[in-house]
Design a protein around this ligand. Structure first.
Ligand SMILES: Cc1cc2nc3c(=O)[nH]c(=O)nc-3n(C[C@H](O)[C@H](O)[C@H](O)COP(=O)(O)OP(=O)(O)OC[C@H]3O[C@@H](n4cnc5c(N)ncnc54)[C@H](O)[C@@H]3O)c2cc1C
Length: 394
């Protein structure tokens, strides 16, 4: 019998496996894919804080970022710049493999090609059923970690519900004509309610993508044609990949002998859809909680409840502010967005925020509140009749 069985060999499942195997537990990871890191749809932008906190392997970092060019629908450029590196772009496939290698080096076992179909919890063990190359495999463990990413049916089957709000993303790798800064594009015609991006990964290549509640493929093709017309990219011929992003966490992320972590739990920044850093932070909490529970041989729901208390304490305010900022943004017309950008630029609000420590890549709540609370912005919102209230919610 294993101590812990992790379902899903993405970065978050692998990080939990790495931590627990490093503590001396017998860990197995079941991954449905044939190869780790294949078919990932992700831009791979993580903060410098994330790189430092989790000692991300230099070999997977494609580029460091200390600036970004933001474009409202009017096209008026707002450039954000700081002296120090703010974020890094990782090769997402290589990153997944690197985190899994770390776990394997600590002794975690990986079984690929294995789709977990059923998890049955008993008083003293968990039975997991997986299908591998047409064969049914059965595993026994003391506890299970569900790290299956967005859209898994397992959480619902386990009585923990499913993501209550989400957005779809589409992305492609393209050849560029010398784009060397991250570019972000706003506007209801470009990416309704969300944003589009052009992220250079090497001198000649970039990831182009967007998030949208509807038809991401259509909007991405339109966006790529616009970039081609501006000569920013060399061609629109590219293979598109798709992925979902949860905007709200599950109502409950633990149960007897069970913890849900990462995108499967909805531990994602609702403003940008970035889930790697928050997922890793929660993976640490999950591993520490399981360590205590395994030591005390108390894997009851009560024994694991501190996992949820701790991760919510860490992220609650950010998730709440980010979610309401997101809902607010979704209600803006292009005219509103242009107006807000104009106010920010003419009042130098971005410069003030960039000087303040509050504006950090991962912890945006205070910056959002400061931005919305700025006299010129709140006056304009009042005139545009767009109320901004932080409502209640988890
Ligand atoms: C277009 C797009 C761009 C993004 N860009 C960024 C970004 O720049 N920065 C950032 O931080 N985040 C980004 N994200 C989000 C990021 O990709 C996720 O937050 C991250 O992948 C979450 O990791 P995870 O391990 O929880 O899930 P995943 O990476 O989805 O891994 C889950 C794994 O579980 C496996 N699995 C699922 N079900 C089963 C099963 N039943 N049995 C066995 N295995 C199973 C899957 O095959 C997968 O390998 C982006 C997302 C999208 C869609």
């Amino acid at each position: 019998m294993y101590d812990v069985l992790v379902v899903g060999g993405g970065p978050i499942g692998s990080h939990v496996a790495y931590k627990l195997a490093g503590m001396g537990y017998g860990v197995v990871v079941l991954e449905r894919k044939e190869k780790l890191g294949e078919q990932v749809c992700c831009t791979g932008i993580i903060s410098q804080e994330c790189v430092d906190s989790f000692a991300i392997d230099n070999n997977v970092i494609l580029r460091q970022v200390n600036s970004a060019r933001l474009f409202p629908p009017s096209g008026r450029l707002l450039r954000l710049w700081r002296q120090e590196t703010q974020a890094c772009i990782v090769d997402r496939a290589a990153f997944d493999v690197a985190v899994a290698n770390r776990a394997q080096d600590k002794g975690a076992e990986y079984i690929l090609n294995s789709l977990v179909r059923d998890i049955e919890r008993k008083d003293d063990t968990v039975n997991v059923e997986a299908i591998r190359l047409g064969e049914t495999l059965n595993f026994e463990a003391r506890a299970v970690v569900v790290a299956t990413g967005f859209g898994s049916k397992l959480t619902k089957r386990l009585g923990l519900g499913k993501s209550r709000d989400f957005v779809m993303g589409a992305q492609a790798e393209v050849v560029t004509n010398g784009v060397d800064e991250v570019e972000v594009f706003f506007g209801q015609e470009t990416a309704p309610g969300f944003f589009a991006w052009l992220v250079p990964t090497s001198p000649q290549r970039a990831l182009v993508g967007l998030l949208s509640r509807r038809s991401p493929e259509l909007y991405l093709k339109k966006f790529m044609s616009a970039l081609l017309a501006e000569k920013k990219i060399a061609s629109t011929e590219a293979e598109l990949s798709y992925g979902g992003i949860p905007l709200k966490p599950l109502a409950k992320t633990y149960s007897q002998r069970l913890i849900v972590v990462g995108d499967a739990a909805g531990q994602v920044k609702p403003t940008t859809g970035g889930g790697i850093y928050y997922g890793l932070l929660c993976a640490d909490i999950a591993a520490n909680t399981l360590n205590r529970a395994l030591q005390n041989d108390d894997l009851s729901a009560k024994g694991l409840a501190s996992y949820e208390r701790q991760w919510r304490r860490k992220l609650r305010q950010e998730l709440k502010t980010g979610y309401y900022a997101r809902k607010f943004y979704e209600r803006l017309s292009d005219k509103h967005i242009n107006r807000i950008f104009d106010i920010i630029i003419s009042n130098g609000i971005h410069d003030t925020l960039l000087k303040a420590e509050e504006l950090s890549f991962d912890w945006q709540g205070k910056a959002v509140l400061r931005l919305m609370g700025h006299r010129a912005i709140s006056k304009a919102l009042e005139m545009m009749k767009i109320p901004f209230h932080l409502g209640e919610g988890r």
